[in-house]
Each structure stands twice: as C-alpha cells, then as structure tokens.
Design a protein around this ligand. Structure first.
Ligand SMILES: [Zn+2]
Length: 230
C-alpha cells in the first residue's frame, strides 16, 4: 500500500494590515504569543540622548550572496565571513533585509526606509544593526540591489558579484542600543538592537520603486516600558 502523502508543514501567515495585521499577530499562532504579551518588543520610538553604548567593531567584507523576495521583505543572505564584536562577543552576519517605512522612530520621526543587518552568535543569540535611510543622494549598495529584485516571490537568486555589507553603514557608527525582539512573528525577545545614530540616504526615485515592489512592512512602535536605551 502506498504511503499517504506527507502533510505539508503548517505555514502561518501574517500581514501588516487587516485581520492578520500586527495587532492580531499574538493571537494567530500559539508560538507567536510574545507579539501580543511581550514586554520587551521592537521596534520602539527612540528618544535621542547622549549614548553609553559600547562601540561595535565591524569585520565586514564582500562575500557571496543570494537575494530573495519572501513576500514580507527583500532579503539578501550572505555567505560566512563578516562579523561584528560587541564587548568581546562575536556575532556573525547572516542576512540583511529592508523595511519601508522605517520600523524604529527617532524622536517620533519615521524614516522612509530601514535596513536590518541580522547577526547571530554561536548560541544563536541575535544582534541586529538597524540603519535608517532618509531621502537624499543615492547609496550605491542599495541602488544596485533594487535592480536585482527577483521577478518571482520566494525564488532565491545568486548575486553575480560578492556584496560588501559595509556599504550599507554610515561612516560614524555609534548606536542606540536596547534589548528588544524580532519585529515579525514569532516576535522572540532577547534580541540586542543597535540602531545607527547617523542616517543614510536613498533617492526619492529608488524609494518610489521599492514602494511599488513591496507593501509597507513596518510594525508599529511598541511600548518601551522599563527598558532603557543606551
Ligand atoms: Zn527587520
């Protein structure tokens, strides 16, 4: 007798508006409860103050990558080779992706775009670098990516040339640091957030292109509660 076909894995869906929007995330799946009840959620509205965050040492270099439109964001997965060090602790760069408009606010101001560079240490702990982009001159690194946007969703494509992630960062790399979460389900906490104090820029024309390809994908800001921003 033939085996019954394997059941497809249960894939839950979320969105940014309507019945599967951010307010509902916490009740869509049991594993996503933190989205609704977590006390250290991201993003947040950052009140700019002089900082006390220890410096980040960047060991970024060009590595091979793939680009994918996963339906929620445009993401570039990078081969091993780049890392950051925070307080003698190393986190490897895994991927980066974009949000429009920005998820983090600074003094109540939302920016047109935010890049998230996601890093993981040996135990799987995450440290994310957030870079806010305002309207202005082109950032070449991003401009080149928009042209490589895959025509099909979920179709991962190889980048022809190695990608240098340092091109996404401002020259001065001081950060706002706080303890937060993933900004998409399951909204897991224990993520060390580092939002660059200096912003980058991207052209209005390119931001318009991104807006046409990607629906708004910014989770609204969450209560800071007892947390302090360094
Ligand atoms: Zn993100």
């Amino acid at each position: 007798m033939a085996e019954p076909p394997a059941k497809p894995a249960h894939v839950a869906h979320f969105g940014y508006e309507g019945p599967k929007g951010p307010k509902a995330w916490g009740s869509l799946e049991p594993e996503w409860a933190a989205c609704g009840t977590g006390k250290a959620q991201s993003p947040v509205d950052i009140t700019p103050k002089a900082g006390t965050a220890s410096p980040i040492t960047f060991h970024y270099k060009p590595t091979a990558g793939t680009i994918v439109d996963n339906g929620h964001t445009l993401q570039v997965n990078l081969a091993a080779g780049s890392s950051i060090v925070i307080d003698d602790h190393t986190y490897d760069l895994v991927q980066f992706h974009v949000h429009t408009p920005s998820e983090h606010l600074v003094a109540g101001e939302q920016y047109p775009l935010e890049v998230h560079l996601v890093h993981k240490d040996k135990e799987g702990k995450l440290a994310v670098i957030g870079v806010l982009y305002d309207v202005g001159p082109e950032t070449k690194a991003l401009g080149q990516l928009w042209a490589k946007w895959p025509a099909k969703q979920d179709a991962e494509q190889k980048l022809r040339k190695p990608f240098d992630p340092s091109a996404l960062l401002p020259e001065t790399r001081t950060v706002y640091r706080y303890a937060g979460s993933l900004t998409t389900p399951p909204c897991s906490e224990g993520v060390m957030w580092n939002v660059m104090r200096r912003t980058m820029t991207e052209t209005k024309a390119d931001l318009t292109v991104v807006g046409l390809r990607m629906k708004p994908n910014a989770r609204p800001v969450q209560a800071l509660g007892e947390r302090k921003i360094q």
